[in-house]
Design a protein around this ligand. Structure first.
Ligand code: GTP
Ligand code: MG
Length: 368
């Protein structure tokens, strides 16, 4: 749906929070938003945090801040402003006409990244579905302003076709996309049925936790590993054989993030079906990240939305090579009993992890 990035756009990221908010957490969230903006191909020039008791219904930020922004946009030649929280259609409209630059919120930014990273037919179909679902409720307000407002990073606006489209056309397209995904999911179910006798592990976790790295280490799957958000948008399944000869399947899939748009999660059900259908989850966490506890909560929240509730889960504390002080590891083990601490990169504790996985696989098949 979007063109490629031609020039690096300059961006501002903004968060609005209550006076009582934990400032450190808010700035971490702004850092994450900056990371998302970079991943989408733009450069963050300024990070702004405004404390307000409640967001301004017209412009999210206060009147004075809007004026301040205008000046900054002019001085720094800013082309994009991204808000951490979801904006209402009228807020987008007002901000756009005041500031005369592209306005995005976290949801539309994530959608933009997904659309850029989608490679397979399945991922592309799911992203397109999510984009239309994001657009549909915003259509009435955004209608005449669509050309200016709905566009990804590095694009001037939507494709020409979108401007001309009306709801009916979009609804029809949504229906087609859903049918296409249904077909893909039937094929996937067939494959899954054929493999049902073997215990299946699904890697899940926050984006950039190291899922694909661990997948490659264990199975030589050769999936893409990158120090960027949402490197993986597909699902890869590979078999692994323990030294005893016992075989299991491991899947690697799309990572999660806080405030992942609900329609995006819904659209990705097909890709996530491997996790939905698995016997056990391997929940991988990057414990070197200062906000990793929030990451665990965000992943659990997403699993809940996907109705993956009581699946047996092994919590894997990854990237322990980056912990500065060994005493941190000790207290983490106390805090997360039953977890296993590893470094996929340095190969630390992998045999311990495999031992736990094998014993879980054994009791899983014994239950048949
Ligand atoms: N220092 C360190 N880096 C690691 C470790 N494991 C993975 N990484 C790095 O973390 C980054 C992200 O790894 P990926 O495997 O792509 O992460 P992912 O969880 O698959 O991320 P998404 O596909 O975006 O959801 C890469 O740069 C890896 O090299 C580890 O144990 N220690
Ligand atoms: Mg990955």
């Amino acid at each position: 749906m979007h063109e490629n990035v031609q020039t690096v756009e300059k961006a501002i990221v903004i968060a609005v929070g209550k006076k009582s908010s934990d400032r450190e957490a808010v700035f971490e969230q702004l850092d994450e938003l900056e990371n998302l903006v970079n991943t989408a191909g733009a450069e963050v020039i300024e990070k702004i945090y405004q404390e307000l008791d409640s967001p301004n219904p017209a412009t999210a930020i206060g009147r004075g801040k809007v004026e301040e922004l205008k000046q900054l946009i002019e001085d720094e030649k800013i082309q994009l402003v991204v808000f951490d929280d979801e904006l209402s259609p009228s807020q987008i409209k007002n901000l756009n006409s005041e500031l005369q630059v592209k306005i995005m919120d976290r949801s539309s930014l994530i959608l933009d990244i997904f659309s850029k990273h989608a490679k397979t037919v399945e991922a592309k179909t799911q992203v397109e579905l999510a984009q239309y679902q994001y657009l549909l409720p915003r259509l009435s307000k955004m209608w005449t302003h669509l050309s200016k407002q709905y566009g990804g990073v590095g694009t001037k606006g939507p494709g020409e076709t979108q401007i001309e489209t009306d709801r009916r056309v979009i609804r029809r397209r949504i229906k087609q996309l859903k049918e296409k995904l249904e077909q893909i999911s039937v094929q996937r179910k067939e494959q899954q049925k054929r493999r049902s006798a073997i215990t299946r592990f699904a890697l899940v976790g926050y984006t950039n936790a190291g899922k694909s790295f661990l997948m490659n280490l264990l199975t030589k799957a050769n999936v893409l590993v990158e120090d960027k958000l949402f490197a993986t948008l597909d699902t890869t399944v590979r078999s692994y054989r323990f030294e005893s000869g016992r075989k299991i399947l491991i899947s690697d899939t799309v990572g999660f993030i806080r405030k992942l748009p609900a329609h995006l999660i819904a659209s990705f059900r097909s890709t996530l079906s491997e996790a939905l259908e698995s016997d056990l989850l391997l929940h991988l966490v990057d414990v070197s990240h200062p906000q990793f506890r929030d990451h665990i909560a965000a992943v659990n929240e997403t699993l809940k939305q996907l109705k993956i509730l009581d699946k047996e889960t092994i919590l894997i504390l990854n990237k322990i090579d980056l912990l500065e002080d060994p005493s941190i590891l000790k207290s983490l083990k106390k805090e997360f009993p039953g977890s296993v601490a590893i470094s996929a990169k340095r190969g630390i504790n992998i045999s311990k992890l495999l031992e736990i996985m094998e014993s879980k696989a054994k009791s899983n098949t014994d239950n048949y």
